[in-house]
Design a protein. Structure first.
Length: 208
């Protein structure tokens, strides 16, 4: 009798120890994934900022030589590039994404413009108040104006975390497989290919 109780206690202890290390490993893995995603996002953002910096310089040269931003845009590879020309008082002089720039407010207090005032260039990620789209804005200061270039952030940088599949697990009766539940789940998965059948392994090895 005592031996049986001791045996059960030993099994329960092993199960608890297994769950503890499993949870610890899961948390560690999740932390590593989040850290790597953060580094990747930062790296992509910095790379995009360098590209936008080059675009701003090209547009400035075109303005000096041809006085036309539209002409410069025809030679740039990014067809979704948004370009805004802002004078030193914050007034918008040009924006290729807005039909009527007279409706735009003063841009002097935009985060990227404030940064460009102090450090010659600046960037910011936010949703545009004019067209409700999320952009990575990059502004560069020149003697008579600021050139701000931007690209849709979600398309170029932001990682998509959409799941490829969803998992459905049949409910057990205590630690026993319920055939009716399994059959129901199998039929549901067949009707919906985006779903996959998942097994509660901890139930099969008798871990509560």
């Amino acid at each position: 009798m005592l031996f049986e109780i001791y045996k059960k206690m030993k099994i329960n202890y092993k199960h608890r120890l297994f769950l503890y290390f499993f949870m610890l490993f899961a948390l560690f893995t999740a932390g590593v994934i989040i850290l790597e995603q953060s580094r990747e996002r930062k790296g992509k953002t910095e790379a995009l900022e360098k590209k936008l910096d080059a675009y701003a310089s090209v547009i400035n040269v075109a303005l000096q030589q041809t006085k036309s931003i539209d002409l410069a845009l025809t030679f740039l590879p990014e067809k979704m590039l948004r370009v805004t020309l802002i004078d030193k008082t914050g007034k918008v002089l040009y924006d290729n994404a807005i039909d009527s720039i007279s409706t735009l407010d003063n841009h002097l207090l935009r985060p990227e413009i404030i940064a460009a005032q102090h450090y010659a260039q600046g960037s910011d990620i936010r949703i545009s108040t004019s067209n409700k789209q999320e952009y990575l804005y990059y502004a560069k200061s020149f003697p008579d104006y600021y050139i701000r270039v931007s690209l849709p952030y979600a398309i170029y940088v932001k990682p998509f975390m959409q799941a490829d599949n969803y998992f459905l697990s049949p409910i057990f009766d205590a630690d026993k497989v319920n055939t009716e539940n399994v059959n129901y789940c199998v039929d549901l998965v067949k009707k919906h290919p985006e779903w996959r059948l998942s097994l509660q392994v901890h139930k099969l090895i008798h871990i509560e």
